[in-house]
Design a protein around this ligand. Structure first.
Ligand code: SF4
Ligand code: SF4
Length: 406
């Protein structure tokens, strides 16, 4: 991949990225397109930009989905160039209050756990009794799912199975613990010996893409230490965005640190998204019950644009005997659902429109369930479906597999 400083000047201005950028497709404003963003960055670097305020606004209006990178004939990573400039701008302007709050919670395991407990008690008790609805990013409070009990730490049973460290990530650990428990049951059924650690730290991706690398470095080091302290055959993820932090972002953070660079290089081949691991299992179908359910699949951006995991989730779904799998129009299956980290908080209007478009495409398939492989997509899809009056449910693939385990 090109150095961030060389990306803006290398743009051919061909416009291929415009056809795939969800923000540009919604706003139709050149300045918000990947090409327009690169032009703005170049202008800033060449001293031709008069308003830094405008540039900050433009750079914020990016889902960091990576679709532009994937479709650029020159392999230019606009999100990487944006992230690097955000790092510079962060030094000057710092975080707004939303991110200051998130930073405190994410960097502290006790605060993460207490905030999740508090959110679960308040939200689960009051969601349905509220006499009115309230906006919550692109969704509304009444369209959000109830929160599940957190995932508890589990130690190895030393039963001879391959050793899997399950890195659950903040969402599946604290908010959607049911997804994590499904992952453990499915892995156990396949004979894996699974461990979950209470010492797992937030991967830091919300802070990384906000340009606050300093806030992430210690967490990242502790995560790398945790995952290299003892032997694991695999480190499995149910969140592709967390996996992207380890596989891409940490390498950039530690590029000048020989110790952590070496540890990461040794760790990297063991890091795997859960459907990528399950797709290798020849006996997966035999341990699942038959179902005639009609389902479709939504590709999370990081699965497609960072991990190149397109075939594996589909292979895993189709391993369920009798399942009626309907493909969405491929271009639409991979279109961003509009969640995008903090994006749905800052740009709820665009995020909501992208969610509704996704709902229309899901409905066209006639599926009863839309499956996905990312907890944030599951939240956005489920909430958008409910908001649009649909009965279709959103599930992580691993939850469906768990439901049909023999
Ligand atoms: S596709 Fe790549 S080279 Fe073409 S305009 Fe977009 S960023 Fe520039
Ligand atoms: S990362 Fe996604 S939203 Fe951002 S410029 Fe590229 S295609 Fe557009």
């Amino acid at each position: 991949m090109k150095e961030a400083k060389d990306i803006p000047a290398s743009c051919l201005k061909c416009g291929f990225c415009l056809n795939v950028c969800p923000v540009y497709k919604e706003l139709k404003e050149e300045i918000t397109s990947p090409r327009g963003k690169l032009r703005q960055i170049k202008a800033l670097k060449e001293g031709e930009l008069t308003s830094e305020k405008m540039l900050r606004k433009v750079l914020k209006n990016c889902l960091m989905c990576g679709a532009c990178f994937k479709n650029c004939p020159s392999s230019l990573s606009t999100p990487f160039a944006i992230q690097k400039l955000r790092e510079e701008l962060f030094q000057k302007y710092g975080h707004d209050f939303v991110k200051r709050g998130m930073k405190f919670v994410m960097n502290n395991n006790k605060a993460r756990s207490l905030s999740a407990l508090w959110a679960r008690i308040v939200f689960n008790n009051f969601r349905d009794s509220l006499p009115f609805d309230l906006p919550a990013g692109a969704l509304t409070v009444k369209n959000m799912p109830l929160l599940a009990a957190p995932l508890k730490a589990v130690d190895f049973k030393n039963n001879g199975g391959k050793k899997v460290f399950y890195y659950a990530g903040c969402v599946d650990k604290y908010l959607f613990g049911d997804t994590g428990r499904s992952a453990v049951r499915v892995l156990n059924k396949l004979g894996y010996d699974v461990m979950i650690s209470k010492d797992e730290k937030c991967c830091g991706i919300p802070m990384i893409i906000s340009g606050d690398i300093k806030a992430v470095k210690e967490n990242a080091k502790e995560n790398i230490e945790l995952l290299t302290r003892q032997y694991y055959d695999y480190v499995v993820f149910t969140c592709p965005t967390c996996l992207t932090a380890f596989k891409e972002k940490y390498f950039d953070i530690f590029k000048d640190d020989p110790v952590y660079k070496r540890k990461l290089t040794e760790l990297e081949p063991k890091l795997i998204e859960i459907t990528q691991l399950l797709a290798r299992e020849k006996n997966l179908g035999q341990m699942l019950k038959e179902t005639g359910l009609k389902v479709t699949y939504h590709d999370p951006c990081h699965m497609v644009n960072s991990l190149n995991a397109v075939k594996e989730p589909r292979a895993v779904i189709n391993a369920i005997p009798g399942i009626n799998y309907v493909e969405m129009n491929p271009e639409r299956a991979a279109a961003c659902c509009g969640s995008g980290g903090f994006y749905h908080v800052y740009f709820p209007g665009i995020s909501s429109k992208l969610g509704s478009k996704k709902v229309d495409n899901i409905k066209k398939t006639g599926a009863e369930i839309v499956l996905t492989a990312c907890p944030a997509c599951k939240l956005q899809l489920g909430g958008s479906l409910k908001k649009n009056g649909s009965e279709i449910k959103a599930m992580h693939i691993i939850e469906l597999l768990d439901k049909y385990l023999k």
